[in-house]
Structure formats: structure tokens, C-alpha cells
Write a protein that binds this ligand. Structure first.
Ligand code: NDP
Ligand code: CA
Length: 324
């Protein structure tokens, strides 16, 4: 028998109390690279993961169980190669609106018996948000189109009437591609600046920027250029998971941990960025310990992907001074 799945706790960042505002309920955001089925079985070479644990007919329920345990208001996924036959119908029946953007040349297509290209997907809870506009982007680097994509949606919160811009992306993988990732990040930031700087609601001035959440597998450690670009951009973004650390300044030690024939990789690659003067983070789902992950690392019977899900609750900050 398989032992029970390790429990992850929702943790309040140090120095903040939990906010419970009836007129301003928090927004739960989940970020997850769910591991494309074709890549997991056909390309990744996770030598310590039993093939059994990768069987889609079981693994899909572990992914859905994790999503349903937390019922995020906004769900951002990478490496989705079962959108039309699984996530789209199931999430729709659960009250979500979904959108999918495949990679132009998904590596899944090289795998025999693939289920189509993998790509990014975004879901929002229809009771909470309505869609104002959406952009499907193919990221460029130095003016040239690349194989990586992003979805950007501007949503209207049905409770507060406020706009929220949400983006999902999956940047180029592997070492040696740091400059490409950085250029892709610069391209995405430029699109985000243009989308969020459109006039806010009619009552606000044209210079109002729309609060932003960017979820992604950036395939970049915090030491990389693309991370620096995001943390120092004019959009005023902060990385939510830094708030799990005691100093509020340190990213988790890992968001993915796997063993391939080439060796073990334990890296922080996944992020939830948020506009820190417009949103605040109420709580975060903690990161499993090394012991909980186990000696064979990820994926496993307990963890369906080689990446951990990230989850946080954010709320709109009260506007400090409004000139009306
Ligand atoms: P990436 O390099 O971004 O990686 C693709 C996937 O491979 C990611 O999901 C990544 O996972 C995973 N990955 C990362 N490291 C490894 C590893 N060491 N071993 C196995 N898998 C790994 O892919 P691209 O989008 O640049 O596409 C590359 C592939 O796509 C090519 O190999 C080719 O097969 C195909 N391609 C075909 C083209 C054509 O003209 N037909 C054009 C372009 C690409 P994670 O993000 O979790 O690290
Ligand atoms: Ca992968």
C-alpha cells in the first residue's frame, strides 16, 4: 500500500496577519508545471521514478486531486498535453473558464504515441471573474520568434469590480540558454507593460496600471538575468514565494527535484510574481521537505510532476489615496 500523501500547510508570511475582508476576499492562485505526459514517459528519463507512477490514467487523478484540494480561483499550468481530452472538460464542469496555447513546435510531437503538443493553460473560476481581454503571445528574442509562449488575460473581479491581469508562461529550458530566457523575459515584460498600462476603470486616471500576476516555469534560478529583469522591472513585481522565508528575501531551495541519467537536479525555477503595491500575499502553500519528497525525488507515486505546485492567496490592497 502506498502511504498517505504528505500534507502541505498554508503558511502566513512572517510579519503579516491574516486578512479577512468580506468585501475584498482573497484570490487563490496556483502555478504548476504538471509534466507533459509525452515528455515524462518518452523523453525525460526520470530513472528513479517507476514507469507505473507515470501512467496517465492514474497520474491525471493525482494532478486533479491537488487542484481540487485547493480550488484555486486562478490556475496556471505548463506542459499541458491533455487539455482538450482532460483539463478543459473537467475544469469546465467545475465552473472554470479555460484557455490553452500550444508551443509552436512542442517536443511532445517527437514522442511516439503523443497526445498532441504541450503548452500553457490558464483557468479562472467563472463565479469570481469575467474576462475582459486576452492575448496569446509567441515570445520573441532579439526580434526573432521562439518556441515559447505566454497567455495574458485581463480579468474583472466580480466581487470588487477591479481589474486583474494574469499571465502564464514557460521559458526555454536547459543550461546554455540563459540569454534566450532573458530575451524572452524582456519580450514578455514589454507586452505586460503595454497591456497593464491601458486605462483602468473609467473612474481612474489613464496612468493607472492594472495589478498583475505572472505565473511561470521560468527555467531560471534566481541568480539568472531573467529573474533580475522581473524583480527590477518598472512593473513593481515581487516573487511571492520569497515571503515563505524568514527574511522575506529568499526564494525556496527548490521547486523541482529530479534524477536523470545525467544526475540529480534540484532547482528553483518556478515563480508567482505579483504587483507588490497593489496586491498583498495572505498565505502560501509550504514547500515539502527533502524527507517528504523522498530519496527517489520527483515525480513519484505521491507527486505526479517533477515540479511542485506553488499556491498563494492574494488580496487587493486598499487604495492608499484616491483623488475622488
Ligand atoms: P526546451 O529546451 O524548452 O525543453 C522542452 C522540454 O524538455 C521542457 O518541457 C523541459 O522541461 C524538458 N527538459 C529540460 N531539460 C531536459 C533534459 N535534460 N532532458 C529531457 N527533457 C528536458 O524545448 P524547446 O521548446 O526549445 O524545444 C526543443 C525540442 O523541440 C527539440 O528537441 C525538438 O525536438 C523540438 N523542436 C522541433 C522543431 C522543429 O522544427 N521540428 C523546432 C524547435 C523545436 P522543464 O521546463 O520542466 O525543464
Ligand atoms: Ca519538464
Amino acid at each position: 500500500r502506498r502511504p498517505a500523501r504528505p500534507q502541505r500547510d498554508l503558511v502566513h508570511p512572517s510579519g503579516t496577519g491574516p486578512y479577512h475582508l468580506k468585501h475584498n476576499p482573497s484570490i487563490r492562485v496556483m502555478q504548476w508545471n504538471i509534466l507533459a505526459q509525452a515528455l515524462g514517459e518518452g523523453k525525460d528519463g526520470f530513472i528513479r521514478c517507476p514507469l507505473d507512477a507515470l501512467n496517465w490514467q492514474e497520474r491525471k487523478y493525482l494532478i486533479l486531486e491537488e487542484i481540487l484540494t485547493y480550488r484555486p480561483d486562478i490556475l496556471c499550468l505548463q506542459e499541458v498535453d491533455h487539455y482538450f481530452d482532460t483539463f478543459q472538460p473537467i475544469m469546465t464542469s467545475l465552473g472554470y473558464h479555460g484557455s490553452f496555447l500550444p508551443k509552436p513546435w512542442s517536443p511532445c510531437l517527437d514522442v511516439e504515441k503523443n497526445n498532441g503538443p504541450d503548452g500553457c493553460a490558464i483557468f479562472y473560476r467563472h463565479l469570481r471573474f469575467s474576462l475582459q481581454s486576452a492575448a496569446h503571445l509567441r515570445l520573441s528574442a532579439m526580434m526573432l520568434p521562439t518556441n515559447q509562449v505566454a497567455i495574458v488575460q485581463t480579468l474583472i473581479c466580480r466581487v470588487t469590480g477591479r481589474q486583474l491581469c494574469v499571465a502564464v508562461t514557460h521559458l526555454k529550458a536547459r543550461s546554455g540558454w540563459e540569454r534566450l530566457r532573458s530575451a524572452q523575459g524582456a519580450d514578455l515584460l514589454q507586452s505586460l507593460r503595454s497591456i497593464t498600462s491601458r486605462a483602468g476603470s473609467q473612474s481612474e486616471s489613464a496612468s493607472t496600471i492594472i495589478p498583475l500576476i505572472v505565473c511561470g516555469d521560468f527555467n531560471a534560478e534566481p541568480s539568472e538575468d531573467v529573474y533580475r529583469r522581473f524583480s527590477s522591472s518598472s512593473l513593481g513585481l515581487n516573487s511571492a514565494y520569497k515571503l515563505l522565508s524568514s527574511d522575506g528575501q529568499t526564494e525556496p531551495a527548490y521547486t523541482t527535484w529530479k534524477i536523470r541519467p545525467s544526475g540529480e537536479s534540484c532547482n528553483t525555477l518556478d515563480y508567482i510574481w505579483y504587483t507588490h503595491n497593489a496586491l498583498s500575499v495572505n498565505c502560501l502553500l509550504d514547500i515539502p521537505t527533502e524527507e517528504q519528497i523522498g530519496p527517489d525525488r520527483l515525480p513519484s507515486y505521491h507527486y505526479p510532476s517533477d515540479h511542485l505546485s506553488l499556491l498563494c492567496d492574494v488580496i487587493f490592497r486598499e487604495e492608499a489615496h484616491r483623488l475622488t
